[in-house]
Design a protein around this ligand. Structure first.
Ligand code: ADP
Length: 484
């Protein structure tokens, strides 16, 4: 049992139309603590029927929710935000228990997740339309913004709280209602958000949560004509599948998919700042984020110095259960993740890479992976073209700026990129040449509620957060008044 201050935040039911419920057929899925492998509990394995009921509840709630004022929606969102912060310790413990990340990072994510609710509470009042001068004297043209309708929200396990708030807060602010399908690995963080939304006074049916295995739920959500929008964060493979499944009913889509972020260190970089940023960008959440630096490209003149400084930091990183004080790298999410990381490392070593941060021992348990720095990485290795999603920092050597840009862009992904230089001319040149939705210059972090987050190429569609985040949940209606 988790030691929560408020045990009622740990719920093992789905939320449909304001009722906490089992799956119609009674099926459940077990959720494990990745640090111990022990079962935390079970949640309903919802099927097509349960999902249909959740969509119906959301459609019903939409009728009245869309008519509330922006100020009313803002007030409810503000309360939800406050409740997240008031319950941050419990929410963090629930998250670490099902996801594995260190408690300090989990607490950070609760603040980050809450920041989206606050931001969109403020944005709720800014669903501005416009008037357009008409081509004839007897006509007026008014452009209104209206909520899209029921939105399906499908989220991954790496940020079990923030990926939900980043979608639900703008949806609710716009006047939409939602059906959330959280990752089967991390449903408890989602359900706790549901409890707090209820406590905040958000009406029944506005937020519905269907837990369980994804296929049946995904098929029901994407095929329903009552679902007008699908917002998904996860792998490119699943995103592209959902896009195909949404084609027959032509739904609006927001997709935040995989990345393969380059992290470029030029000879003229502030090396200490670059090392600090690499630690943040590469090793946050054990390297399991879609904006994690996947390829560290280092110019020949500083390659050895950078490798040495980074290795010193990585060798000192503490690996262990996320609930232990001082741990920086928790367990990976599951055996498949560990297997992929091991395969990438093995392949790299076989192709001539060298692990310069060898470690004697890891804590007991199958899901721990040693953080490491690999020198001698080349584009022939799997980790150059695939997302490793683990605490492995491969260092590629390059000679010229043009070469770095070419390597950085040679990927079907285009989510985040980072580069380090003290040269103003190069800063602009490289910033404009990188084909990514987000570019960090002299920083390893590009995720915050005030700025648009999203990718180009096969990294996705649309932008979350920022001043345009609510547009993803709004339709434009041109209202023509004739014969005046
Ligand atoms: P990750 O690599 O982050 O695990 P996935 O794309 O597998 O990414 O998962 C992200 C989310 O998509 C999870 O909630 C997962 O359950 C869901 N998902 C996976 N397969 C499908 C599917 N066929 N239909 C709908 N959702 C799916």
């Amino acid at each position: 049992m988790l030691k929560l201050k408020d045990p009622s935040l740990f719920v093992e039911r789905a939320l449909i139309g304001g009722v906490w419920t089992h799956a119609a057929g009674g099926a459940t899925v077990t959720v494990d603590d990745p640090a111990t492998g022990a079962a935390l509990g079970t949640v309903p394995d919802c099927g097509a029927d349960d999902t249909a009921r959740a969509i119906e509840a959301a459609a019903e709630a939409f009728r009245s929710w869309r008519l509330t004022t922006a100020a009313e929606r803002a007030r409810l969102l503000e309360r939800w935000h406050d409740l997240l912060l008031e319950n941050a310790d419990d929410l963090a413990l629930i998250m670490t228990s099902e996801q594995g990340k260190p408690l300090a990072e989990a607490r950070g994510e609760i603040g980050y997740g809450a920041s989206f609710i606050k931001w969109f509470a403020e944005e709720a009042r800014r669903g501005y339309g416009m008037t357009i001068p008409a081509p004839t004297a007897d006509r007026r043209i008014v452009v209104n913004k209206e909520p899209v309708g029921v939105a399906a929200v499908i989220t991954p396990w790496n940020f079990p709280n923030a990926m939900i708030t980043r979608k639900c807060a703008p949806a609710l602010a716009a006047g939409c209602t939602v059906v959330i399908k959280p990752s089967e690995f991390t449903p408890y963080s989602a359900l706790a958000l549901g409890v707090l939304a209820e406590r905040a006074g958000i009406p029944a049916g506005v937020i519905n949560i269907v837990t369980g295995m994804p296929k049946a739920i995904g098929a029901a959500l994407t095929s329903s004509p009552d679902v007008r929008k699908v917002s998904f964060t996860g792998s490119t493979a699943v995103g592209s599948l959902l896009m195909a499944q949404c084609a027959p009913t032509v739904k609006r889509l927001s997709l935040e998919l995989g990345g393969n972020a380059p992290f470029i260190v030029f000879d003229d970089a502030d090396l200490d700042a670059a090392v600090e940023a690499a630690i943040v960008s590469k090793f946050r959440n054990g390297g399991q984020t879609c904006v994690c630096a996947n390829r560290l490209l280092v110019q020949a003149g500083v390659y050895d110095a950078f490798a040495e400084k980074l290795a010193a930091r990585v060798a000192a990183m503490r690996v262990g259960p996320g609930v232990e004080e001082g741990v920086q790298i928790g367990p990976m999410i599951n055996a498949a993740a560990v297997g992929k990381i091991a395969a990438h490392v093995e392949d790299a070593l076989a192709h001539g890479a060298r692990n310069i941060t060898p470690r004697d021992a890891l804590p007991a348990g199958p899901l721990y992976v040693a953080p490491m720095v690999l020198t001698g990485a080349t584009t022939a290795m799997r980790l150059a073209s695939e997302e490793t999603f683990g605490p492995v920092a491969p260092l590629f050597r390059f000679e010229t700026e043009a070469e770095a840009i070419a390597i950085a862009n040679a990927t079907p992904y285009g989510l985040a990129a980072y580069f380090f230089t003290e040269n103003l001319h190069r800063a602009w040149r490289v910033g404009e040449a990188l084909e990514f939705g987000m570019v960090g210059l002299n920083t390893g972090s590009v995720s915050m509620e005030v700025a648009p987050f999203g990718g180009i190429k096969q990294s996705g569609l649309g932008r979350e957060g920022g001043p345009t985040g609510m547009d993803e949940y709004l339709e434009t209606k041109a209202f023509h008044l004739g014969g005046l």
